[in-house]
Design a binder for this molecule. Sequence first.
Ligand code: FA5
Length: 358
Amino acid sequence: MNETLEGILKEVHQIRDQIKDVETLENFRVKFLGRKGLLANLADELKSLDDEKKKKFGYQFNLAKKEIESVYEELKQNLVQEPKVRFSFRHPGQKPLVGHLSPISLALNQAIKIFTNLGFKTILGSEIENEYYNFDALNIPADHPARDLWDTFWLDQKKEEEVDKKNQRSKKNKNKNTDRYLLRTHTSPSQVHYLEKNFPPFRIIIPGKVFRYEATDKTHEFEFHQLEGLAIGAGANLAELKGVLEKFFSEFYKKNLKIRLRPAYFPFVEPGLEFDVECIFCLNQKKKGCAICKQSGFIEIGGAGMVHPFVFKSVGLDSSKNYGYAFGLGLERIIMIRYKINDIRLFHSNDKRFIEQF
Ligand code: FA5
């Protein structure tokens, strides 16, 4: 065999084992089989030989070319069969990130379940109210000092002009203070809407978001959730209210925490009261420096009382024939107690370290 061809073949077999990736394989192809490669150079030489030599050398050339081509094909096959990145079907997959309910939704769902079992129907109210429903109908007229209790986000009047005009045209609202709109400061206005359209007896809860224009601290947010309750009809008295609250809290916390009722003033109930749950942060020890219960041993959860005759009058019901109780509790507060969350502002902080714990 021609010496040059022999040398080329020898080199092919020497380096074939070193070819482990696509890049070196391509270098191999260019070097031996490419248009300017070693074989192509030899083929040029072939042209200048006489017929006899051309025949002999041509035969050897073709044999060598076939051999190099088959080495190249074999190497190529091996590389295709052994890809760099291997995939095993037995390898556990990566779990996709799936969201979950927030602690507020979880608590709300549970609260709805408990109250449903106690005979309460769930109603939803509107987050935008007008002055009449949020205040006037609840016995809080414009000059009443109780309005100071609820710092309010008023809505931009100009944008509401069209809605106001519509309301002014309506006979029903002729003498009512329906011109000014606001973000509701409590869920109690929904009591009035429901009482206007429904006849007792009934027992309802109204959960939802409320807004107050106030400075925040560990137990106060400017946007939080309340759960309103309203029971009108035979048996809806303070004794039942106490039983309902005790049952709710023992089911919600799955243990018996002490509940305290104390007299309080709300213009839309008479008598009025506030209810507290014992502080789990200092275990009702009134520990010095407990910033959550402010060393009172209890955390305020909500207000309640017997529906005021004024409210019945507002909705056209006879207060001598109807009676019942109402209550409103702060949802974030009861969740804070359950999970020992020591700052209400964490709920809306969007901090994944907080959210992922639920
Ligand atoms: C009211 O909002 C009354 N509407 C409750 C009521 C309903 C009384 C029916 C009588 C009859 P108050 O402003 O106290 O009351 O709020 C009720 C509860 O909401 C509080 O006890 C507390 O748990 C929660 N709360 C009040 N302000 C905040 C705040 N800024 N941040 C978080 N929770 C709050």
